[in-house]
Design a protein around this ligand. Structure first.
Ligand SMILES: C[C@H](O)[C@H](O)CC(=O)C(=O)O
Ligand SMILES: [Mg+2]
Length: 402
């Protein structure tokens, strides 16, 4: 079979600071409307400023919006992907990355990936919005390759190692997640070091209350979204260990590797340490792995795409660490079903009250599978590429062309 070449790459956005339509969700899942659990007094590095404590949108968590990258092959097949990069991502794709994509064969994914990474070192800082954009292109290329071959991405990666993926749910209502069949629930912390011991006491009340609701065995975890210091994180882990806290996640900003190593040394036996969703390149994951944390959590839409995620999973595997990607729906599912060191995965609740199952990237994808009884089966993932289509009813803007 002779493979087609890539004829066009196009970049669109919705949501974010400059968009006409905002607050609908999509690839930037923090870009939700009012009254959503995901924006309700969650502890962040900005919480120490009173005016930014109640809402993450108040400090701009949703300014980027959704980036959509579409790639069209010479035989007319199209692939696409979404991530969080919005209008800035469109600029980077159309004005810079397009030169490495158009004209290449649809299986030139590693070559294009290497050229995108190396040509942007001078302004990417090894991560951030540039890496979100590169990830989005990489995912679109895997989608196109799968659609050209008529195969799901997981088959292109070497095939599934399990028949289904089991999920824990991230949201404000682990008790409801348990009823929906999930294996665990991860809640955001709401208080931080600036709240002192009162903050710890409030979190203990929350986990105690939730433990009573879910019984002894259901997993409960804290997501701390970079809001803590070592002293606070250690104290919180010890205070919550009696309530069978399974892991403490992302206590510190990405670059604080020494703090992760120290937290790992000081947590009580049985409480795991995890992080990774804001680490934006392969070398960062090597350093992170060396801290000895238990679970690495790359976001496939932010870390360099599937191409980098495979390399991160290999680093983790070499140390016996788990790689449990930050919830990214189909883009994670097709990878993790092929990883021996991902025994479970994350489902991020995007329904406003975390009381129903809404597809994570709703409304931008058509056919986005959701867990049933906390599980997604291999059979659900057999459509070509990532098995989803772009919802063309959503108004997308294309601010740049080339
Ligand atoms: C709930 C967290 O603050 C964040 O919005 C999502 C996240 O970090 C995770 O799913 O993990
Ligand atoms: Mg997290």
């Amino acid at each position: 079979m002779s493979l087609p070449t890539i004829k066009h790459v196009r970049a669109f956005f919705m949501g974010g600071a400059t968009a006409k339509n905002k607050g609908q969700g999509g690839g930037d899942y923090h870009d939700q409307g009012g009254g959503h659990w995901i924006d309700d007094h969650i502890a962040t590095p900005m919480s120490k400023y009173k005016e930014y404590e109640q809402s993450r949108q108040s400090f701009g968590i949703n300014v980027l919006g959704t980036l959509v990258v579409e790639v069209e092959a010479s035989d007319g097949t199209t692939g696409f992907a979404i991530s969080t990069a919005g209008e800035i991502g469109c600029f980077i794709v159309e004005n810079h990355l397009s030169r490495f994509i158009e004209g290449k064969r649809v299986d030139d994914i590693k070559l294009i990936h290497d050229q995108m990474i190396n040509s942007t070192h001078y302004y990417s800082g090894g991560g951030g919005v540039v890496m979100n954009t590169i990830s989005c292109v990489d995912l679109a290329l895997w989608d196109l390759f799968g659609k050209v071959l008529g195969q799901p991405v997981y088959s292109l990666l070497g095939g599934a190692v399990r028949d289904e993926i089991k999920f824990y749910a991230t949201g404000s209502r682990p008790d409801l997640a348990k009823e929906m069949g999930f294996i665990g629930g991860k809640m955001p912390t709401q208080w931080g070091p600036h709240d002192g011991d009162a903050g710890i006491r409030r979190e203990v009340e929350r986990i105690k209350d939730m433990r009573e609701k879910v019984g002894p065995d259901f997993w409960l975890m804290w997501d701390c979204w970079m809001s803590q210091d070592v002293n606070y994180a250690v104290k919180l882990a010890h205070a919550c260990a009696p309530y069978n806290l399974k892991w403490i996640e992302e206590s510190f900003p990405a670059a604080q590797y020494d703090n992760y190593a120290e937290l790992k040394r000081q947590v009580p036996a049985g409480v795991m340490v995890s992080t990774g969703e804001h680490h934006g390149n392969l070398a960062a994951f090597r350093t992170l792995s060396e801290t000895g944390i238990d679970i690495m959590q790359p976001d496939v839409g932010w870390c360099g795409g599937i191409t980098t995620l495979l390399e991160i999973a290999a680093i983790a595997k070499s140390r016996g660490q788990l790689v449990v990607p930050h919830g990214s729906s189909v883009y994670s599912h097709h990878a993790v079903i092929t990883f021996t060191n991902t025994p479970f995965s994350e489902f991020l609740m995007t329904s406003p009250k975390a009381d129903t199952i809404r597809p994570q990237f709703d409304p931008i994808l058509l056919g986005e599978p959701v867990p049933e009884n906390g599980r997604i089966s291999k059979e659900t993932l057999t459509k070509p590429g990532f098995g989803v289509e772009l919802n063309r009813d959503i108004a997308l803007e294309r601010p740049y062309t080339h």
